[in-house]
Structure formats: C-alpha cells, structure tokens
Design a protein around this ligand. Structure first.
Ligand SMILES: *[C@@H]1O[C@H](CO)[C@@H](O)[C@H](O)[C@H]1NC(C)=O
Ligand SMILES: *[C@@H]1O[C@H](CO)[C@@H](O)[C@H](O)[C@H]1NC(C)=O
Ligand SMILES: *[C@@H]1O[C@H](CO)[C@@H](O)[C@H](O)[C@H]1NC(C)=O
Ligand SMILES: *[C@@H]1O[C@H](CO)[C@@H](O)[C@H](O)[C@H]1NC(C)=O
Ligand SMILES: *[C@@H]1O[C@H](CO)[C@@H](O)[C@H](O)[C@H]1NC(C)=O
Ligand SMILES: *[C@@H]1O[C@H](CO)[C@@H](O)[C@H](O)[C@H]1NC(C)=O
Ligand SMILES: *[C@@H]1O[C@H](CO)[C@@H](O)[C@H](O)[C@H]1NC(C)=O
Ligand SMILES: *[C@@H]1O[C@H](CO)[C@@H](O)[C@H](O)[C@H]1NC(C)=O
Ligand SMILES: *[C@@H]1O[C@H](CO)[C@@H](O)[C@H](O)[C@H]1NC(C)=O
Ligand SMILES: *[C@@H]1O[C@H](CO)[C@@H](O)[C@H](O)[C@H]1NC(C)=O
Ligand SMILES: *[C@@H]1O[C@H](CO)[C@@H](O)[C@H](O)[C@H]1NC(C)=O
Ligand SMILES: *[C@@H]1O[C@H](CO)[C@@H](O)[C@H](O)[C@H]1NC(C)=O
Length: 819
C-alpha cells in the first residue's frame, strides 16, 4: 500500500503485504505516479492520472472529483488533484489525458451536515478539504475529509463500493446527478449537464435513474448513464430534489438568473429535469445513535438501462466487504496484467525498479474502457470506448498489448472495425461513444497495420479492416465545425486529404498543422500499404508511393543550427514557408503549422523510411551529428516551462512524436548510443514519486515507453521489427500469445548506483548468436511460440552488431524533379 508523500518517494507501509509471500505484484504499484506536476502540490503538468479503484480496462473507475485552485496550476482530467477540494465521488473517469476533462459522474458525497450555509446545489458550500495523506493501492483508495469523514473506495468492472465512516451519528449522503468534471478555465469544450431523473425506491435505500452529460474534450453529444445505487442500511430520511440549472457552461439549457444561487426544491421520492434541464439529486440521512457510524453504498452503472446497472451492482458486488472487493481487484490485476511480465521480486531485487515496472503496467491498463454489452448505439457483442487517443497509443502501447493482452487486444481491433462499419470512420480519439479529436493523421490505420503485420488474425475480418483504413486514405471527412480549427474535421478521418491526394503533401496555406499532418499521413499511407499487401495487393504500390509524401515537404535548403534540410511548411503553389521557425512551433496547437512538435523534431519521425531520412540529412555522419545535437542540453527553441519538467533538449521525451528518436542510432549500427540516450532519458525523467513522469501519461503511453525501455526492446510500429536495446533486469519472463513464454536474460548486467554495466556486448536468440540489433516478430517464431533472448552486457560501449541495419520497408526514392 502506498501513502502519498508530497514530492517524495512513496513508501510501502502495509508491512504484511510488502513482504513477499506468494507473488503479489500489485504491492509494487504506486498509484500516485503522475498525480502531481512540477509545481509541488499541484496537478498541472503532471500525468493527469486517475487515482482510485478500478480493474484492468474497467468501465468503472471510482474516485474523487476535486476542484483545485489556482486553476492555472490544476488539471482535473483524472478527477483527483493533490490539494483540491472534493466536490464528489464519481464512477467514470479517464486517466492520463491532456485535453479537456471527460466524465466525473454520477456522484455521491458524504456530509456531516446539510444545515445552512450548505446548499445542495452549490458545491462551494459543502466541498471538502482532505486532511492527512490519501492512501491508494491497486483496487483501493482511502481519504479523510475535514469533516472527519473517512472514505474508502473499491470497484469492480461496472460497479463501485464506498465505505463512509462518520465522526458521529449524524450522517448524510448527497447523490448529485448534475455533477461532472468541469473545465475550470474555459467553456467552449467543457462538459455540461443536460438532464436526468432520479427515483428513490420504496425501500428508501435504493435509488435509480440516469444523468446525461454533454460536450467535454471531443465536443460529444450527451452521454446518458443509468445508475442503480444502494445503501447498506435504511435511512431515516430519503428525499429527491431538483433545482434550477445555473451552471456557467451549458448555455443552451440555462434557466438563470445567475445573480442568485438557487436552492433545491424537495420533491418527495423522485425528481426529473424537465425542459430546462433542471438539476436533480437526492439526500439520504441517518441520525439514530444506536447505529454504527459507518454507511456503505454500492452503485452500478450502465449505458443501456437501469436494470443492467442494478444487475451489475448485485452480481459484481455480492459482498459489501471493501477488503474483499479490493482483493478481487488485486487478484485480477495480478492475474491478467502484472504476472504477464515476471521479474525477480525478492527483497534483494531493486525495489524502485519493481515499482516503476508494475506501476507502468498499471497505468497502461486503465483506458480504453471495455464495455461488453454496453454499446448504446448499435447491437454489438463487444465494445470499447475511451481511446484517448490513437495518436498516443499507436507509438508503442498497442504493440505491448499485442504481446501480453492478445484477447483484449483482438477485441479492441474488432471493435474499432465495428465502429467504422456503423459510423463510417475508425476513431483517432473516442470518448463518450463519440469519435474525436484527430490531432494529425488517422492513426488507427497504424494500429491495424501493426496488428496485421504481426499476424493477428483470429476473428478479425480483415476485408473490413482494409476497407476501414482505405476509407481514411480516400474519403475527406465531413467538416465538423470545431471552433479551434476552421479548416477541417477534427472528428475523424484525414481532414487534409484535399491536399494530400492531389499534391502529395499537406499545404500550409490551405490546411492547418501542415508539417505534422504530412509526417503522419505518410506513415498512415504506409500502414495502408502494409495491409493492402495481404488484402488487396493491387493497391499496395499506390499507398507505398503516397507514403513518401513527406519527401515533398522536405526543403533541402532549410537551415537551422547549422543543419541543412528539414521538413517544412510548404504552400500549395510549391514554395516553402522559408521564414518558418524550425525549432519553435509557437503554441503548437490546432491551428498552427505544426502540432506538438517542431519541424526539427518531426524531421526524424519517419519510421518507415529512416534510410531516406539519413540520405536527406547528408548521410550517416551528418545524421548522427544531428541526432547527437537534439539530446544536447539547452538546445530547445521552445520554452517548455513548468510543463516540461526541465526538458531543455530539442528532443522532448515527454511527448509522443519523439518517442522513437533516441533509438534511431540502431539505424547506424551504433546501438550502444541508443542504449545510452534512452537509458539516460528514462533515469532523468521517470521516478517512483508522484511527479515521476514527464507530463501527461496520455492513456499510459509514457508509462509504456518506460516498460519497453526496461524490457530492452523497442517496436517499430506498422512493421514487424523490434529494435534490441538493453534490459533493466537480469531475468524477465513475458507471457506472449496467451500462454507462451518469451524469456529475456541479461548476463553481466551491473548498473546499480550509477555503474554502467548495461552496454550490449552480444546477443543470442534461442541460443543462436544474433548479429543484428533488431529482429522481426516472426523470427524463430519467438513472439508466437515463445523463446529466449540472451543479452551479454558490460561496460564497454561496443559496436557489437555486424549484421544488416534495421529495415526501411517504406523506402522510396522520389525523382529529384518531384522533390
Ligand atoms: C498561475 O497564476 C498565478 C497568478 O494568478 C501565477 O502566480 C502562477 O505563476 C501561475 N502558474 C502557472 C503555472 O502559470
Ligand atoms: C461547482 O460549482 C461551480 C460554480 O457553480 C461550478 O463552476 C462547478 O462546475 C461545480 N462543480 C464542480 C464539480 O466543480
Ligand atoms: C452572469 O454570468 C455571466 C458569466 O459569468 C456574466 O458574464 C454575466 O455578467 C452575469 N450576469 C449577471 C446579471 O450577473
Ligand atoms: C431523524 O430524522 C428523521 C427525519 O428527518 C426525524 O423524523 C427523526 O426525528 C430524527 N431522529 C432523531 C433521533 O433525531
Ligand atoms: C523464468 O522462467 C524460467 C523457466 O521456467 C525460470 O527458471 C526462471 O526462474 C523464471 N524467471 C523469473 C524471473 O520468473
Ligand atoms: C468479411 O466482411 C466482408 C465484407 O463485409 C464479408 O463479405 C465477408 O463475408 C466477411 N467474411 C467473413 C469470414 O465473415
Ligand atoms: C489551443 O487552442 C485552444 C483553442 O483556442 C485553447 O483553448 C488551448 O488553450 C490552446 N492550448 C495551448 C496549449 O495553447
Ligand atoms: C555554426 O557553425 C559556425 C561555423 O562553424 C559556428 O561558429 C557556430 O557556432 C555554429 N552554430 C551552432 C548553433 O552550432
Ligand atoms: C505561394 O503561396 C504563398 C502562400 O499563399 C504566397 O505567400 C507566395 O507568394 C506564393 N508564391 C508564388 C511564387 O506564387
Ligand atoms: C543550461 O542552461 C542553464 C541555465 O542557463 C545553465 O545553468 C546550465 O549550466 C546550462 N547547461 C549546459 C550543459 O550548458
Ligand atoms: C494456449 O492458448 C491458446 C489460445 O487461448 C489455446 O488455444 C491453447 O490451447 C493454449 N495452450 C496451452 C498449452 O494451454
Ligand atoms: C535501483 O534502481 C534505480 C532506478 O533504476 C537506480 O536509480 C538505483 O541506482 C538502483 N539501486 C541499486 C542499489 O542498484
């Protein structure tokens, strides 16, 4: 169990469970990693992670919702903030997201009084500061309010269990159906309440109904969630209420005057919103002195019906015991997630590394949310939501799921294709049953291609999978009028196909984010060509050629920091934006010329054709010098400020586009430099502390980057290639392909306390000496049948690889005249 210690490392305090009996990997997980940013005590610039009770990919993520000021140092995305006042305890959350908040509903909050000045319609009058430190472990959360109420939480897949311990016999629980996570500093994409209904059953201790919350990050339509909540004892009083909707956002439904804060009207046993979207809720109270001061509540939710919500509550939470519920969650995490990667967990093992490994695995299994039988839009056996976003996930996270979560992963792929079939497009982001936002390309193409080239077939219909990626490549999506981008759809698809198809690149005058879209569309078309190779061979050549579009945006005369040749914004008339700042993309936002990365960075991000990048940068030596340069301190032209946690290099380890850059030395057969750089980044920016990741965890993408680093491999997504790096453990057993074991061993590893015995001296795979610094998924069948990779490590920075360079399967030489 971990206690959060401000800015410090977390301590294992539950001695009984910390000592190793049988392997309970969950004990090593620190659920607070990424809960805080660079400013102590504030969430801003941190991981935006969810902290609370959840099972792997669980639909319910039960945790606190808070309001932290000043808002410019806060981030409510995961609900929990280090010092925020608690406004509710709610069932649905995201984890690690960097856009605007989604979810934070439906909610309860235990109170010790409802006397004035408490107004049940005004959270400012009852919100709670926490005292002491919050405690969290896998599947369990504990906090104490200033009112002296203790709150404990745990969750199953579709239900949550709360235990409230009150300081006296006066006990109230507010059920607030109009609660949601607001965006405290802007309204255009904030969620808002769109109506609900609540009914208290005749037994007085069960309530049912629904709430609808609209908008949020992807500007989605209202999401309706059905609720079934129950208390473990019959209250003395249970009253539903309603009140005018005066929330500052959601202007379409407001029934103000905002000068006066409305008071609730008590409605007996039920309340409904009506045409002006009135707020609804209920207040339950227990006041008898002969009872225990503890109230428990179990709540089920469903996107389908109240009946389903009640069934989840009854079937999944047949016990009211919070320890048992937490234990069941821990067992599931151990069985289905942590035990997939086994390392030595004895007391002699480096405990920091165990915390980093198992916490990283934890954070990369919180979203997307699995919603079997919970698709309100069309009939489907399986369904997933909360891909937030493919732009983050495709870089390396899907490739690890492929290995260690083959069942879940196959289901995700099928579900993505199903979305295409029913809604017309694959999502790049999806939340609240709605596609969006697209940050660059249609990156689900990369995800499907990665699964395809690694042979994932199962019950996936690849005829349809190919049709889905081909649609992305060919059909301009309907313009969704998102206010932040006047030029094209952010909902789905590729908004700049109107340039991409006729010109071969995305122009800077007719479209936004020309640099990054050009880079991403190139890989997307390469991905399409990879699936075409098997499904529609006649199409392969077309998309392979289109995947070289980035070369058309390469300005061989552009100079920055003494390096020549960059991907640059190019206009439709063929000229380049010559004065563009190559090391500074400004806001790097929706309507800028490059998104979340400079032209300097994006010029390296062509994983399908590194060979041509090397040529265009002037050959291996110039390429290497430029690569060295982006890791030099104080070279960044962007002030990443507090959000960057002190990143001063051009390479930004905190953001996805640059994830693969430190590994590019493999393409020079100087693997030792990849090991050196990537290790340094990992040790400089990842810690077992609440501010232990460099920025938003992005649905676990940053955490997963660290897992690959610790395994000593890195996947080149959309191709079957894994680069070989250097493992952090001397023995790792990974369960791949359901039930096979890939064993990774590192002989000679000696890297404690700053020692550098981690450079590769040699590698063998399944006992065969291996002279390449990469291998393919199908080589010796090791990823499907299991096998072994043995690294010989030492302190010498050695060029051990004498074999072929990693491949550039999208290598295309465009004629000079086209460039
Ligand atoms: C937030 O605003 C306050 C002033 O209102 C300022 O002192 C502080 O530096 C700001 N924090 C950030 C992270 O910008
Ligand atoms: C709390 O009240 C404020 C003011 O009405 C509102 O902006 C906010 O959305 C409310 N809810 C939460 C969860 O903060
Ligand atoms: C109501 O609130 C809005 C938004 O905060 C504000 O612009 C407006 O002046 C307020 N109106 C009154 C009458 O207080
Ligand atoms: C408890 O609350 C109920 C409902 O408000 C009230 O009727 C009853 O008198 C209260 N009991 C005590 C012991 O205060
Ligand atoms: C990995 O598996 C092998 C073979 O079963 C076993 O001998 C070894 O102890 C395992 N190592 C770890 C760290 O689990
Ligand atoms: C795959 O999908 C295509 C197109 O919808 C359909 O014609 C075909 O029958 C499906 N194949 C299988 C095996 O279901
Ligand atoms: C990006 O633009 C949107 C819309 O103008 C704005 O709300 C947001 O704060 C901007 N983000 C950054 C990081 O500048
Ligand atoms: C570029 O090269 C010139 C001449 O060699 C040198 O003076 C200058 O410092 C270099 N600039 C950078 C940014 O490295
Ligand atoms: C090309 O287009 C850009 C952007 O519209 C414009 O500034 C430039 O003058 C044009 N150049 C030529 C040669 O037409
Ligand atoms: C980078 O800049 C900081 C602040 O100006 C300075 O303290 C530091 O020494 C510089 N580092 C290098 C390697 O130049
Ligand atoms: C391994 O898992 C596959 C897929 O679930 C299953 O078909 C096979 O029977 C399993 N093999 C063993 C030896 O358990
Ligand atoms: C344990 O691992 C951490 C993180 O990699 C490292 O900083 C530390 O030096 C290691 N400690 C020992 C004693 O090896």
């Amino acid at each position: 169990m971990f206690i959060r210690i401000r800015r410090g490392i977390a301590l294992c305090v539950a001695v009984s469970r910390c000592a190793v009996a049988q392997v309970d990997y969950s004990q090593f997980v620190n659920p607070f990693i990424g809960s805080e940013g660079a400013i102590a005590g504030y969430a801003f610039g941190g991981g935006d992670v969810f902290v609370g009770g959840a099972v792997p990919f669980g639909m319910v993520k039960l945790g606190l919702d808070t309001y932290e000021e000043p808002v410019n140092q806060s981030a409510l995305n995961g609900g929990w903030t280090p010092q925020g006042k608690v406004t509710g305890i709610s069932m649905l959350h995201q984890s690690g997201t960097g856009g605007g908040p989604k979810y934070g509903y439906p909610a309860q909050l235990p109170l010790t009084t409802i006397e004035a000045p408490v107004n049940l319609l005004d959270n400012l009058t009852y919100w709670q500061t926490r005292v002491g430190e919050d405690v969290a472990s896998v599947g369990y959360f504990h906090t104490r309010f200033e009112s002296d109420i203790t709150v404990e939480l745990s969750a199953t897949r579709h239900a949550g269990l709360m235990r409230y311990t009150f300081p006296s016999s006066e006990k109230y629980v507010l059920v607030d159906f109009s609660h949601y996570l607001p965006h405290p500093s802007r309204s255009w994409d904030s969620q808002f309440y769109a109506g609900g209904e609540i009914e208290i059953e005749s037994n007085s201790r069960t309530y049912t109904g629904y709430t609808s919350i609209a908008n949020g990050w992807n500007l989605g339509p209202p999401v309706t969630v059905y609720v079934c909540g129950e208390f473990d004892s019959i209250p003395n009083s249970a009253r539903a209420f309603s009140g005018k909707n005066t929330f500052p956002v959601g202007r379409h439904f407001r029934s103000f005057n905002n000068a006066t804060t409305p008071q609730p009207t008590f409605q007996g046993t039920s309340a409904r919103s009506g045409p002006m979207s009135d707020r609804v809720g209920a207040i339950f109270s227990w006041n008898e002195t002969d009872r225990s001061n503890e109230i428990k509540s179990r709540v089920g939710v469903s996107f389908m019906s109240v009946d389903k919500a009640c069934a989840y509550k009854n079937e999944e939470l047949f016990s009211w015991n919070i320890e048992q519920t937490a234990q069941a969650a821990r067992d599931e995490w151990n069985r289905d997630v942590f035990s997939k990667i086994k390392v030595d967990t004895s007391p002699a093992a480096n405990q920091t590394r165990l915390a980093l490994l198992y916490s990283s695995l934890y954070f990369m299994h919180l979203i997307p949310s699995e919603r079997v039988g919970e698709n309100p839009l069309w009939e489907s056996d399986e369904y997933w939501d909360d891909f937030y976003t493919m732009w983050d996930l495709f870089r390396n996270q899907v490739s690890l799921w492929h290995l260690i979560q083959p069942s879940y992963y196959e289901s995700m792929i099928r579900s993505l294709i199903d979305m295409f079939k029913h809604e017309g497009y694959l999502p790049d982001g999806r939340s609240g049953n709605y596609n969006g936002l697209v940050q660059g390309g249609s990156n689900a193409d990369n995800v499907l291609a990665d699964a395809y080239v690694k042979g994932l077939r199962g019950k996936i219909n690849w005829t349809e999978g190919y049709a889905a990626v081909k649609k992305d490549a060919e059909v301009l999506p309907y313009f969704d009028q998102n206010p932040v981008d006047p030029q094209g759809s952010l909902k789905e698809g590729r908004s700049a196909l109107d340039d991409w198809i006729p010109l071969g690149y995305v122009s800077a005058d007719r479209n936004t984010r020309a640099v990054s879209k050009t880079v991403e569309y190139s890989l997307n078309d390469f991905a399409v060509s990879q699936i075409a190779a098997g499904e529609e061979p006649g199409d392969r050549e077309l998309y392979l050629r289109r995947s070289a579009g980035w070369q058309l945006s390469w300005d061989s005369e552009a100079i920055s920091r003494n390096f020549t040749g960059f991907i640059m914004p190019r206009y439709a008339n063929g000229t380049f934006h010559k004065t563009y700042d190559i090391t500074n993309c400004g806001e790097c936002n929706w309507s800028d010329e490059s998104y979340e990365g400079t032209a300097f960075e994006y010029s390296f991000v062509i994983p399908h054709d590194v060979e041509t990048v090397i040529q265009l940068m002037g050959g291996p030596q110039h390429f290497e010098e430029r690569l060295d340069y982006v890791f030099k301190p104080n070279t960044s032209g962007v002030d990443l400020g507090v959000n960057g946690l002190g990143i001063t290099t051009i390479n930004n380890v905190a953001n996805e586009p640059d994830f693969g850059t430190p590994y590019l030395y493999n393409y020079l057969n100087k693997q030792y430099k990849s090991v050196e750089r990537s290790r340094q980044l990992a040790t400089d920016f990842y810690f077992n502390s609440s501010n232990g990741i460099p920025g938003n965890s992005d649905a676990g993408a940053l955490n997963c980057w660290l897992v690959w680093q610790m395994l000593g491999m890195y996947p080149i997504v959309t191709t079957p290639v894994y680069l070989l790096e250097s493992p952090w453990f001397d023995d790792i057993n990974i369960t791949v392909n359901h039930n096979r074991t890939l064993r990774i061993q590192a002989e000679g590893l000696d890297d404690g306390d700053g020692r550098q015995g981690y450079y590769v001296q040699g590698v063998s795979i399944n006992g065969q000496p291996w002279n390449k610094n990469w291998f393919e998924h199908g080589d010796l069948d090791i990823m499907d049948e299991g096998g072994s990779i043995l690294f010989q490590l030492g302190t010498e920075k050695k060029v051990w690889e004498t074999g072929e360079l990693p491949p550039s399967p999208g290598h295309i030489v465009l004629e000079e005249s086209r460039r």
